[in-house]
Design a protein around this ligand. Structure first.
Ligand code: ADP
Ligand code: MG
Length: 490
C-alpha cells in the first residue's frame, strides 16, 4: 500500500513542485542504483545495496523522499553509516531536492511494492485514475481480511513493551500506555504522550498496538502519523471523498495519532481531527496522541483543540538520565547478543546524552564494526569508531550556549553568569544554567563550577537540588526550565 500511495503522491504533486527536477523520481532511483554499482563495485553493491527496497513518499510540502528499506536494522545502520552520504549526494544530483531516509522493512509491510518493479507512469495523465483507484483502500477496513487491526502497516516488531526499558523519566508514560493497552473502558481519554525526539513515544504507541493485537485480537486499532492523517484528509477533500476517509474511523476501538504537532497551523485538518477525536471520545473509544510538546505548548493549534487534548491524562517523557541510558544500553547489548564490556557501556551512557535513538546508533555501529572487522570491543576501539559521533554530541550543547540562552531568557547580562553577585534575579538564572549544564552536557560538577566564575562543585550540587526542588512544586517554573531545555536541544 505504501508504495502505491507513494507513487500516487509523487504523480499527484509533481506538477506543483520544482519544475527543475532533472529526473522523475522512479527513474532517478534506477539511475542511482546504476551509479552506486559503478562507484562501489560489484561486491559491495551486491552485499549491501542489492537488497535495498526503494520507495518514494512525498512529504506534505511535496518534497519527494526516497525511503530505502533494508531487511535488518543492522544492515540499515551499516548502509547509512557507510554509504549514506554518497547516496544523498547522488540523489541530490539527480533530483535536485528531496530527502533520503533509511528504514527497516517490517514483516507487516508485505504489501510494499519495490519501486524497481513499478513501471514508470506518465506524470499527469494517469494521475487522476491512480488516485481514484487508490481511494477505497483506506476506506475499507475489511480489506485486510481476518485481521481486525487496521492501518498499522508500519509497526516495528521491536517496539514492544518487553523491549521498553523503564526508569524514572518514562515510568508514568509507560504505566499509562500499559493501562490503555489493557482496558476497553478508557479511564483517561485521551492519553497524551509528549517528550522531545527519540525518547520513546512511537515505541510506546507501537507497543500498545502489538499488545492489543496479541491479547485482544477483536479490537480495532488505527495507528497513524499526524502527517499521514493530514495527507489522507487533504487528498480526500481534493477528490471529494471524505466519506471514505471518515469511514475508516467509524468502527475503531483505539485511535493513535503520532506527532500531532505536525498539524499545527493546518486549520482544516485540525477541524477534521477535532471532529474525529470528539466522535470517538463520545463513544468511549480510546484515543492516544503523541507530540513533542505539552498540549498547552503546541504551536498554532486552535485553542479548543489544545484544551481538549489536555482533558485526559498528559504523560511526559523526560530527558533520559544516566541510569536509564545505562539500563537501555545493557538491555540492547544483551538483545544483540554482543559482548560489550561494562566500561564501554558506561562510557557511552556518559557521552551520549541526547536521546535513545543516538544511543542505539552508537551501539549498532560498534557492534557492526566488531563483527565485520573481527575486533573485540574495547574502550579504545569504541572511541576510535565513534570519533565523529562523539565530537558531534559534544559539540551539540556547550556550557557557553547554555549561559547565553539562559541569560537572554531571564534578561540578565551574560557576565552575571560568572559574577559573584548574589541578588536573586541573577542568582536564580545562574542556578538554572548550572542545572541545565549538568543535564545537557557531559561535564563534571567541578568543570561546571569552573565555568561559572570558578565556583566550587558543591555550589553546582546545591544549584541542581534547588532547581529540582523548585520544579517539583512550581509547575510554571518547571515549564520555564523545560522550555529552555527544548530551546537548547533545538
Ligand atoms: P520518539 O517517537 O519519541 O521520537 P522513538 O519511540 O522512535 O522516539 O524511539 C527512538 C528509539 O529509541 C527507538 O528505536 C526506540 O526503540 C528506542 N527507545 C526509546 N526509549 C526506549 C526505552 N525506554 N527502552 C528501549 N528503547 C527505547
Ligand atoms: Mg516518533
Amino acid at each position: 500500500m505504501k508504495a502505491q500511495v507513494g507513487m500516487m503522491e509523487v504523480n499527484e504533486t509533481l506538477d506543483t513542485i520544482a519544475p527543475s527536477a532533472a529526473f522523475e523520481p522512479q527513474a532517478a532511483w534506477q539511475k542511482l542504483r546504476v551509479m552506486l554499482r559503478d562507484r562501489l563495485g560489484e561486491t559491495a553493491f551486491r552485499r549491501w545495496l542489492e537488497p535495498v527496497i526503494g520507495t518514494i513518499e512525498n512529504s506534505v510540502e511535496g518534497e519527494p523522499t526516497l525511503i530505502l528499506a533494508l531487511p535488518t536494522r543492522f544492515m540499515r545502520d551499516w548502509v547509512e553509516a557507510h554509504y549514506g552520504d554518497t547516496i544523498r549526494t547522488m540523489w541530490h544530483q539527480l533530483i535536485k531536492q528531496g530527502r533520503v531516509d533509511f528504514s527497516v522493512v517490517s514483516p507487516l509491510t508485505k504489501t510494499n511494492t519495490p519501486l524497481a518493479t513499478v513501471e514508470a507512469q506518465p506524470l499527469t495523465d494517469s494521475m487522476a485514475s491512480i488516485a481514484r483507484d487508490d481511494l477505497p483502500s483506506y476506506g475499507s477496513t475489511t480489506q485486510l481480511g481476518s485481521s481486525p487491526v487496521t492501518m498499522v502497516p508500519d509497526l516495528d516488531p521491536r517496539f514492544t513493551f518487553e523491549n521498553f526499558v523503564v526508569g524514572k523519566p518514562n515510568e508514568l508514560a509507560y504505566a499509562a500506555a500499559r493501562r490503555v493497552a489493557d482496558t476497553d473502558n478508557p479511564s483517561f481519554n485521551p492519553l497524551f504522550l509528549y517528550g522531545s525526539v527519540g525518547l520513546g513515544k512511537t515505541h510506546l504507541m507501537h507497543a500498545i498496538a502489538w499488545h492489543i493485537r496479541k491479547n485482544y485480537p477483536k479490537r480495532r486499532v488505527i495507528y497513524m502519523s499526524a502527517e499521514k492523517f493530514m495527507y489522507q484528509f487533504v487528498r480526500a477533500l481534493r477528490y471529494k471523498d471524505t466519506v471514505a476517509f471518515k469511514d475508516q474511523f467509524r468502527s475503531v476501538d483505539v485511535l493513535m495519532i503520532d506527532d500531532v504537532q505536525f498539524i499545527g497551523g493546518k486549520d482544516t485538518t485540525q477541524e477534521e481531527f477535532f471532529h474525529t477525536f470528539n466522535a470517538l471520545v463520545d463513544r468511549n473509544r480510546q484515543v492516544i496522541i503523541s507530540a513533542d510538546k505539552s498540549p498547552q505548548d503546541l504551536d498554532r493549534m486552535e485553542e479548543r483543540l489544545r484544551s481538549r487534548l489536555g482533558w485526559g491524562l498528559v504523560a511526559d517523557l523526560h530527558p533520559i538520565t544516566y541510569e536509564l541510558r545505562l539500563g537501555i544500553l545493557h538491555a540492547k547489548a544483551e538483545k544483540m547478543g554482543c559482548a560489550i564490556p561494562d566500561k564501554v557501556l558506561e562510557f557511552l551512557a556518559h557521552k551520549i546524552t541526547s536521546n535513545v535513538r543516538e544511543l542505539e546508533g552508537a551501539l549498532n555501529r560498534i557492534a557492526a564494526h566488531s563483527q565485520l572487522v573481527g575486533r573485540i570491543i574495547t574502550l579504545e576501539m569504541t572511541q576510535e569508531v565513534l570519533t565523529d559521533l562523539l565530537r558531534a554530541s559534544e559539540r551539540r550543547i556547550t556550557i557557553d550556549e547554555i549561559q547565553k540562552k539562559v541569560a537572554e531568557h531571564y534578561n540578565i547580562r551574560l557576565s552575571d553568569m560568572h559574577s559573584a553577585r548574589r541578588a536573586r534575579q541573577v542568582a536564580r538564572p545562574r542556578q538554572v544554567a548550572m542545572y541545565l549544564a549538568k543535564q545537557l552536557t557531559p561535564r563534571s560538577l567541578p568543570e561546571i563550577g569552573r565555568k561559572f566564575g570558578g565556583r566550587d562543585h558543591t555550589t553546582v550540587i546545591h544549584a541542581v537540588r534547588k532547581i529540582e526542588e523548585l520544579s517539583a512544586y512550581d509547575p510554571s517554573f518547571r515549564e520555564d526550565v523545560d522550555l529552555l531545555r527544548r530551546l537548547l536541544q533545538g
